[in-house]
Design a protein. Structure first.
Length: 75
């Protein structure tokens, strides 16, 4: 897979439409509920899944990761 010219540098970009989590600025935890809307020079533009709104800020690639499946180890 070739890297799009506008993809974040240093790693392969997450495909558009990928469900992702975002690192919060408050305590560094990860928050889910977002989708990759666009690649930018420094990171991503994301869309919130709850209301389909595109976030007004660009997020750096290191603050975005593929959404992880919840582990339900007690089942």
């Amino acid at each position: 897979m070739t890297r799009p010219p506008d993809a974040p540098a240093g790693r392969s970009p997450l495909p558009l439409g990928t469900k992702v989590e975002v690192r919060t600025g408050f305590d560094g935890s990860w928050s889910s509920g977002f989708v990759v809307e666009a690649h930018t020079e420094r990171g991503y533009r994301l869309r919130r899944r709850s209301d389909d709104e595109v976030l007004p800020v660009e997020l750096p690639a290191e603050s975005v990761r593929r959404e992880r499946k919840n582990s339900m180890w007690w089942y």
